[in-house]
Ligand binder design. Sequence first.
Ligand code: NDP
Ligand code: 8X3
Length: 252
Amino acid sequence: MKTVLITGATSGIGLATAKKLADEGDYKLIVCGRREKRLSKLVKQLSAKVKITSLNFDVRNKQAVILALDSLDDEFKAIDILINNAGNAHGLDSIQDGSLDDWDAMIDINVKGLLYVSQPIIKTMIEKQSGHIINIGSTAGKEVYPKGNVYCASKHAVDALNKAMRMDLNDYGIRVGAINPGLVETEFSEVRFKGDTEKASNVYKGYQALKPDDIADIIHFCISRPYHVNIADLIVLPTAQASSTMLKMELT
Ligand code: NDP
Ligand code: 8X3
């Protein structure tokens, strides 16, 4: 039975992935996030199906990341699969108008946070000479769109780190791959627009966006391939979306 650590498991893609893997039943789960109540609820909800524990930390806080990982019970310590999912966009502004706090948040969470979580886990994977890392990138990591500036830069960094990890860990039998979704209906836009739910819901109106379950299914597919198969880099779009800026709206 493999042990999977999922960052950002309190909502959206991470939450759907925790539920999917619990339904599959072949995994022990470590679910992570800042919202403690949601984590407790999730552990309660899934514990009838799987061995599950939670870690409550902010990926920006190096010390908290290390303390949280160190606190894991022996039965959860040997992490086989890391799903680097925690992240968000903060704001949608031209470069001249962007908030420095938003820029810090995106770089600190999406890039530095991913690194802080990955390194200690990679060290244990190297000891075991096995492991699998799934980095959740984005189409924003493959192309830039107007006002996407720093979010796109942070996801381009994830794209670079995905390739870099694969190279550096090649000698140790560790698989590394990225899944890069287009528009997925989650709390993502609520966070981007700072709680403006109307603005957020408009992002997903007039076409069929991806659902978190769609990505969770693909994550499960990637991690359940035979050992010699590594899905290295995947772009997943809603059928209505051709690129970050091309979306076919349905006539109403
Ligand atoms: P959600 O906002 O629904 O989920 C984001 C998750 O990240 C939450 O569980 C949140 O948990 C966690 N998180 C955010 N900041 C921190 C932090 N500082 N420390 C720890 N955890 C944090 O969005 P999605 O599910 O859509 O996003 C998941 C990933 O998918 C992100 O990396 C995002 O960039 C990527 N993505 C999303 C797309 C979309 O259209 N939705 C498309 C392409 C990629 P908590 O707040 O409890 O800490
Ligand atoms: C999320 C997709 O297009 O809002 O990464 O950047 S997008």
